[in-house]
Design a protein around this ligand. Structure first.
Ligand code: GUN
Ligand code: ZN
Length: 445
């Protein structure tokens, strides 16, 4: 922290995690402070703790914004997989994955050749992220390098820690959204040089999925990851049964779908795969072994009829796989992280596992940061962490306010939020210590 950095602070009940409750239990990892202060300076958290202990430690004249007893301060939500160009086709009717891609997605993504279109879309998308308390996301752009420039320029303007990359496709897609193996390499390399590690921007090498890349293009992506090991890799795997069969037919020499990416050096820490619905035990074990992460996209999986992700199986203590949560807009139907938690609960229920609210809010914050290998930087409330925060209003609608009167304890209050809450529950969002969203006043009752 710079010595002269000005300290600002917020006050209210606060929730954070010091470890992984799926592995160590909630008791050991969840920290709730009924009246906390989070003090911020130089873009980071300077102090976090009970208000009574901290008040005397803050520099004289520090402005403390009190959010009151019906608030809950948390680390900002981490969306591990989302497509900003698909904001304009969210909620498109009546197709499963492969038809949906051809009918809506590849059509919409062509418009991002126009940088002005890309910039306008990035603005809408990022504004929507902040309205929902999302402060970091792993974002797919389109094949056009200008779609990446537009995105990072806008996220930089807001001071956000964002991960993004140019989509790579050199087969099975329209020419207007395709590149070649060589162009994929050259354009990604130039974008890495321009953006990775510049301010809060980080680059993700982004082969869309195995069926739209030739072996040569996947090899080029693998070479980029070898040359830039601290860049991310993001792609899709095992979302839909027809997709799985297609990938296996295109790469008959590989053991299974995940092995295609493995073969080209695309697994490991900072590699994040969307969906992972139909993975075999071998594939899950390989993800565990390599530190590869799953982006669980429940609203998308239900909307596209892909299936219900088995969270209990993925996080099994003998071979836990890193799991983060994701909206996957526009296959996903909302940027509300609370609604994403709601659907994650239902997906787990379909597999006989009841996701607790304590575990769910871990996934939304520190768990997502862990999946992205960023848990030392974002995802929790602790001195030294980057000051990205969300403040929830625990009584954001008449129904929630009424239901909260009957909440017996913290676990129940949190579960009500994730079941009934949405964008209206987000009262404020902070990025690098600055307030970047404040909900307009709302009155009811
Ligand atoms: N698989 C390949 N591309 C996509 C995409 O854009 N969205 C989803 N949900 N799955 C994909
Ligand atoms: Zn996706």
């Amino acid at each position: 922290m710079a010595a002269a950095a000005r300290v600002t602070a917020i006050r209210g009940p606060a929730l954070t995690y010091t470890g992984d409750p799926f592995q160590q239990g909630l008791e050991a990892t969840m920290r709730y402070e009924p009246d906390a202060i989070v003090a911020m300076a130089g873009g980071r958290i300077a102090h976090f703790g009970p208000a009574r202990a901290l008040r005397g430690k803050l520099p004289r004249g520090t402005k403390v914004e009190d959010h009151g007893r019906d608030a809950l301060i948390m680390a900002g939500f981490v969306d591990c997989h989302v497509h900003y160009p698909q904001t304009e086709i969210i909620g498109a009717y009546g197709a499963q994955l492969l038809d949906w891609l051809n009918k809506y997605t590849f059509v919409a993504e062509q418009r991002f050749a126009d940088e002005r279109h890309a910039r306008a879309a990035a603005r809408v998308f990022l504004k929507e992220c902040l309205r929902n308390g999302i402060t970091t996301a792993a974002v797919y752009c389109t094949v056009h390098p200008q779609s990446v420039d537009a995105f990072f320029e806008e996220s930089t303007r807001l001071g956000l820690r964002m991960i993004a990359g140019k989509v790579l496709m050199d087969r099975n897609a329209p020419a207007a959204v395709s590149d070649t193996a060589q162009r994929a390499y050259d354009e990604s390399k130039a974008l890495i040089a321009r953006w990775h590690g510049r301010g809060r921007s980080m680059y993700a090498i982004t082969p869309r999925f195995a069926p739209t890349s030739t072996p040569e293009q996947l090899a080029a992506a693998g070479a980029l990851k070898r040359e830039h090991p601290d860049c991310f890799v993001q792609s899709h795997v095992s979302e839909n049964k027809a997709e799985v069969e297609w990938a296996r037919a295109l790469f008959p020499g590989r053991r299974d779908y995940l092995d295609v990416y493995d073969h080209y050096g695309l697994l490991g820490r900072r590699a994040v795969y969307g969906h992972c619905l139909h993975l075999s035990e071998r594939e899950l074990a390989r993800m565990h072994e390599t530190g590869t992460a799953i982006a669980h996209c429940p609203t998308s999986n239900f909307f596209l009829g892909s299936g219900a992700f088995d969270l209990g199986k993925a996080t099994r203590t003998e071979r836990p796989v890193r799991v983060g949560l994701a909206t996957d807009v526009g296959g996903g139907t909302t940027l509300s992280f609370l609604q994403t938690l709601n659907e994650a609960y239902k997906a787990a229920q379909m597999n006989g596992y009841s996701l607790s609210a304590g575990h769910a809010f871990y996934l939304a914050t520190r768990g997502g940061a862990h999946a992205l290998d960023l848990e030392d930087t974002i995802g929790s409330l602790a001195p030294g962490m980057e000051a990205d925060l969300v403040v929830l209003d625990l009584k954001s609608t008449p129904l929630i306010a009424f239901r909260m009167r009957h909440a017996a304890d913290l676990a129940e209050a949190l579960f009500i939020q994730m079941t009934l809450g949405d964008d209206r529950a987000v009262r404020a969002t902070y990025a690098a210590g600055k307030r970047v969203y404040a909900r307009p006043a709302q009155r009811f009752g």
